[in-house]
Design a protein around this ligand. Structure first.
Ligand code: CDT
Length: 324
């Protein structure tokens, strides 16, 4: 008997700086209704789904950015999403900026059960960008200014997913480029990774040439490799289109444990793509080529956790000179 779940990536088009949460939530409700009509059981929304990608805007005083953050979940503005989950019997993933009662700020994602209960929370670990205003950059990327590094690790939980139970894990945007994030979840037998992203179409670092067409390729490459090497499904949902004059590349995908793209968004606006996923597909990789218990060699991987930056290797020199 296949363990079938219909998963949906609910891509959002741009959200402008001037638009309030109600605008985004209204659009998300329409996507949830569409998901329900199409028989989807889980909907994955993007990273920081309620607002524009505000880390592109510099604030001297960090507290001046607090209006982008949620201090409660659900909040008044997001409660309709939780109600829609109950109404349609759909679980959903949401990315948002979190400010805790202690005043800590995180880039956060949650998975919500159709009952409206939060099943799993994750706080982004790999924060890209920089902390201070960078005059060299065309556009700022201030995640290191506005967020602390996530303090929850990469948790995986076994919970209801559609009519099945599944091992569910969350990561956020830049995390998808780091094999360590995938492997920590693979080691917890993750079956479905949900992730949202906001990725500019252009490299704003201004430190060298990067061909535009490779930007999407690198995103897909990372997600496909992560799914294949850890024998899991991935639902990767983008914010897309031109937000406050800055283009985000979209191309949301659903990937199977063979690393194949099952569904892909093709527009730069609000778009729902779905895939019927047999969770038992995770078994093949997990019991053969990526049977971790049989084949992993942690004694050879010490550097992975002992070291942060790379180090140059030792120099090799010939032991005998030719006399020339
Ligand atoms: N939001 C986020 O993490 N974005 C980064 C942009 C980096 S530019 C290559 C990402 O990894 O997509």
């Amino acid at each position: 008997m296949p363990r079938l779940v219909t998963l949906a990536a609910a891509q959002l088009g741009p959200i402008q700086k001037s638009e309030g949460r109600e605008v985004a939530v209204e659009r998300m409700l329409r996507l949830m209704e569409r998901a329900h009509r199409r028989g989807a059981e889980v909907v994955v929304f993007p990273e920081l789904a309620l607002t524009t990608f505000f880390p592109r805007w510099y604030e001297e005083d960090i507290a001046a950015a607090d209006h982008w953050f949620e201090t409660a979940m659900p909040s008044n503005a997001t409660a309709p999403l939780f109600e829609a989950a109950r109404r349609y019997g759909i679980g959903f993933h949401l990315g948002y900026a979190e400010k805790t009662p202690e005043g800590r700020r995180f880039n956060t994602a949650i998975y919500v059960h159709p009952s409206g209960e939060i099943v799993l929370k994750y706080r982004k670990v790999h924060l890209p960008g920089h902390r201070d205003f960078d005059p060299v950059r065309h556009v700022q990327h201030l995640e290191k200014r506005y967020f602390e590094v996530g303090d929850l690790g990469f948790p995986v939980v076994r919970a209801p997913l559609g009519r099945e139970r599944a091992n569910i894990g969350l990561m956020i945007c830049n995390d998808r480029r780091w094999p360590e994030a995938w492997r920590v979840m693979g080691l917890q037998q993750v079956e479905v990774v949900m992730l949202g992203y906001n990725t500019p179409s252009l490299n704003m670092d201004n430190k060298g040439f990067e061909a535009h067409h490779l930007r999407v390729e690198h995103s897909h490459l990372s997600i496909r490799a992560g799914c294949y090497q850890n024998a899991c499904f991935g639902v990767a949902t983008a914010k897309a289109g031109t937000e406050d004059g800055h283009e985000l590349f979209g191309h949301s995908i659903i990937v199977n444990p063979q690393g194949e793209i099952m569904a892909q968004a093709t527009s730069w606006g609000d778009e729902l793509v779905t895939a019927d996923c047999d969770l038992d597909m995770c078994r093949l990789g997990r019991t053969t080529i990526f049977n971790f218990a049989a084949h992993r060699r942690p004694e050879a991987y010490g550097r992975i956790t002992a070291q942060v930056g790379s180090e140059p290797p030792p120099e090799w020199h010939p032991s005998h000179t030719s006399g020339r």
